[in-house]
Design a binder for this molecule. Structure first.
Ligand SMILES: NC(=O)c1ccc[n+]([C@@H]2O[C@H](COP(=O)([O-])OP(=O)(O)OC[C@H]3O[C@@H](n4cnc5c(N)ncnc54)[C@H](OP(=O)(O)O)[C@@H]3O)[C@@H](O)[C@H]2O)c1
Length: 252
């Protein structure tokens, strides 16, 4: 059985990845604040075990507790592969740093950075003694914004850059272990999801680069989340996964 834990599975890239992984030999743990009726219906029809967990990932102890509860119901002896995909993210707040409220900063950092860090730590700890034949992989979904600064995106850019550096550190640690997990930050490129709609619908003037994102949508440069999900899953399955800690999938 293949086990995949995906955060942010209610829409966009996360929902597309979960949809592609539905199958009789898969056990999916899907986390989001929203319910997942569509995925649950499809999983049921396909004979796929789907554990849908409603959790606000900005509550870090709740996020870790949710992972612990999900894994406590799994028999490690029947798991051939275990993936954690930290996909949930938010582009908000979009505003110059000097106009950003502390609570907005804390929420953005929690969802984009603290939750993936804490879930990675818990996943590695809880699966450390699983049978040797079980391949463990951790994916952190990152962004080109980790490298390119944007006015108004200080929280988003900073959290993605930090997530990449976290991934590099953990990759070094796991490399030194006899049965270490593989880990990588993967950037999917621009996708036609609600996150892009949020950017396009910001009040004009709040985000200097908004016209570029409007043009990207109008000229068809946004990739469908299903296509991005296919590319991401193919990369996770490939022997390349884990060789580089940070990978921009647009260049692969
Ligand atoms: N779209 C792009 O162009 C693009 C480009 C590069 C990288 N990315 C990255 O790709 C990933 C997926 O983005 P997307 O475009 O699919 O975004 P999206 O359509 O906005 O979906 C975001 C997902 O994250 C979940 N989420 C957000 N806040 C949460 C919270 N507090 N607790 C639990 N879940 C939460 C949402 O679920 P609920 O609202 O139901 O909780 C939703 O399932 C993100 O990490 C993003 O940074 C996106």
């Amino acid at each position: 059985m293949k086990l995949t834990i995906i955060t942010g599975a209610s829409r966009g890239l996360g929902a597309a990845m979960a949809g592609l992984l539905i199958g009789p030999t898969h056990h999916l743990v899907c986390m989001a604040r929203s319910a997942l009726p569509d995925l649950q219906r499809r999983a049921l029809a396909a004979g796929c075990a789907l554990d849908a967990r409603r959790v606000d990932l900005s509550d870090i102890p709740a996020a870790v507790r949710t992972l612990e509860e999900s894994l406590s119901g799994i028999d490690p002896d029947v798991v051939s592969e275990a993936w954690l995909i930290n996909n949930a993210g938010t582009v908000l707040p979009v505003r110059p740093a000097d106009q950003t409220q502390p609570a907005e900063i804390v929420a953005g950092v929690a969802v984009n950075l603290a939750a993936p860090m804490a879930l990675t730590a818990a996943f590695l700890r809880l699966t450390a003694n699983w049978p040797e034949r079980c391949q463990r992989k951790v994916v952190n979904v990152t962004s080109g914004a980790a490298h390119k600064p944007y006015q108004g995106w200080s929280v988003y850019c900073a959290t993605k850059a930090a997530l990449d550096q976290f991934t590099r550190c953990v990759a070094l640690e796991q490399q030194d272990l006899p049965r270490g997990a593989r880990i990588a930050s993967l950037a999917p490129g621009l996708m036609d999801t609600e996150m892009q709609a949020v950017i396009r619908n910001l009040p004009p003037g709040d985000f200097k680069e908004q016209p570029r994102f409007l043009a990207a949508k109008q000229s068809g440069q946004l990739v469908a989340p299903e296509a991005a999900a296919r590319r991401l899953i193919a990369y996770i399955e490939s022997s390349d996964f884990g060789m580089e800690p940070v990978v921009d999938l647009r260049h692969h």
